[in-house]
Design a protein around this ligand. Structure first.
Ligand SMILES: Cc1ncc(COP(=O)(O)O)c(C=O)c1O
Length: 457
């Protein structure tokens, strides 16, 4: 189980740069008192992040009330693609709220009309229908339902199998978590769905066999008849790395799905909206899915998500048969439209592509310097990871990863708690508006943290 960050105040050395400002105790006495009150009243599952109470966040910075300022390498877990608190997004939210029009349930509203059209215009031509929802998990649940409904319509009851990947993450609700390939934490599910099966992801690190033959062999080993597969779902990149599949693998997967009338769904909840250096992550593979899921960076702020797909799939259900109370909330839609505009106007996907080489270079340098404890340092665009291992092995080293995150926090660099297999992955995902100087400064802080923690080893 992940551990909470301790609340005992630590005297941090004073730091003052254009991107970081830290002084005094972290957390302060007042912050600690507030966090104690929060912990007493709230589920333990919310205790996993470093102890800062966000007061405001702007661009690439997060501030507390005491004047501390962190350089953010989390984007609030890959949400704030357009940058924190972007004035255009804030203005759109205020304008919509002060109309006032706060909710419409499933009755139409103008921001919903504009957002669905915008998303369709940005999607590949054959993916011409959208369903707006609220969370990423809702989108993957919806994809599961659509893939199975489609499968059974064209192939009968047996065409029900969903293929997903080991170590993947699609959310924490019943179907989403069963499609997820993180096998721990599923003890609460007594009756597992026997028609959801997992195959190894071709990450090139934990699984060195990146050939597509392994996909086919794994299905055969699981006794799955390819024509019984209703759909294949994969994160565009596995968040646990980030791990990308080889392009040839993605293209072979597309062909395989076509040959067996199985739908291909990319979960772009993390990868979408410029994160990987293209608007959609799957563009990197030169492959078009039948469905894709969006969340997080869609609005850079408020809870809104979407499934986009072929109309014959998206229209499988009739009026009122596939809805969710807060779908297409007008304020969330206005925020999403503004965020997409910012991403376009400020060329943020392009910025991610350009700075991608700086991030890659920095992470490789950290890896080279600490190669005994960093097993792999993949990155693409503005998402990267450091896979922390026990010396000379591939076994995840959660404690060291966690200590690096904690040490960076005290140095004014905000990372979220380690993720992935065994909690060994330190993930780097700054807002896409970051500049090169800030990106390099943040990476230097990470390097300093390793140096400090491994001193004397
Ligand atoms: C790839 C992916 N899919 C789905 C989800 C679930 O999204 P949510 O937490 O909004 O339900 C996440 C969340 O981290 C994700 O990274």
């Amino acid at each position: 189980m992940a551990k909470p960050f301790p609340l005992e105040p630590v005297e941090s050395p004073s730091i003052l740069t254009p991107y970081r400002r830290i002084r005094g105790l972290l957390p302060s006495k007042e912050t600690r008192e507030q966090l104690d009150r929060l912990r007493a009243a709230e589920s333990r599952s919310m205790q996993g992040q470093p102890p800062v109470i966000w007061d405001r966040a702007q661009g690439v910075n997060v501030y507390d009330v005491h004047g501390n300022m962190w350089l953010d390498f989390s984007s609030g877990v890959l949400v704030a693609n357009a940058g924190h608190g972007h004035p255009q997004i804030a203005a759109a939210i205020v304008e919509q709220a002060s109309k006032p029009l706060l909710t419409t349930y499933c009755f139409p509203n103008v921001p919903r009309i504009r957002l669905t059209q915008k998303l369709v215009s940005l999607a590949p031509p054959k993916l011409n229908k959208v369903l707006l929802l609220s969370t990423g998990s809702e989108t993957t649940e919806c994809a599961l339902k659509l893939m199975r409904t489609h499968g059974r319509r064209i192939g009968g009851d047996d065409k029900n199998v969903i293929v997903a990947f080991l170590d993947s993450f699609h959310g924490r609700t019943l179907g989403a978590q069963q499609m997820g390939g993180v096998l721990g934490g599923r003890d609460w599910i007594k009756h597992r769905d026997p028609d959801i099966i997992h195959v190894p992801f071709p990450d090139g690190f934990r699984n060195e066999d990146t050939s597509f033959q392994l996909f086919e062999r794994s299905l055969a080993d699981a006794g799955v008849e390819p024509d019984n597969v209703a759909g294949v779902i994969t994160e565009t990149y596995q968040g646990a790395g980030p791990y990308f599949m080889p392009n040839e693998y993605a293209q072979a997967l597309r062909k395989w799905c076509d040959a067996h009338a199985a739908l291909l769904c990319f979960d772009e909840v993390q990868a979408g909206f410029g994160r990987c250096g293209a608007l959609w992550g799957f563009e990197l593979y030169d492959v078009v899915p039948d469905l894709f899921c969006l969340g997080k960076g869609l609005s850079s702020s408020l809870p809104i998500s979407a499934v986009i797909g072929r109309d014959d799939v998206m229209d499988l259900y009739g009026p009122n048969e596939m809805t969710s109370t807060h779908s297409a909330n007008p304020i969330c839609c206005a925020a999403a439209l503004a965020s997409i505009e910012v991403i376009e106007q400020e060329h943020l996907a392009q910025n991610a592509a350009t700075l991608g080489s700086a991030l890659r270079e920095e992470l490789q340098a950290v890896r080279d310097q600490f190669s005994e404890v960093i097993g792999f340092a993949p990155s693409q665009g503005l998402v990267g990871g450091l896979l922390i291992v026990k010396r000379g092995s591939k076994e995840p080293n959660y404690d060291l990863a966690w200590n690096v995150v904690r040490c960076c926090f005290h140095k004014g660099l905000l990372l979220f708690a380690p993720v992935g297999v065994g909690g060994g992955c330190i993930k780097i995902a700054p807002p896409l508006c970051i500049d090169e100087a800030a990106l390099r400064e943040g990476c230097t802080v990470i390097k300093d943290a390793f140096q400090e923690l491994l001193r004397g080893d």
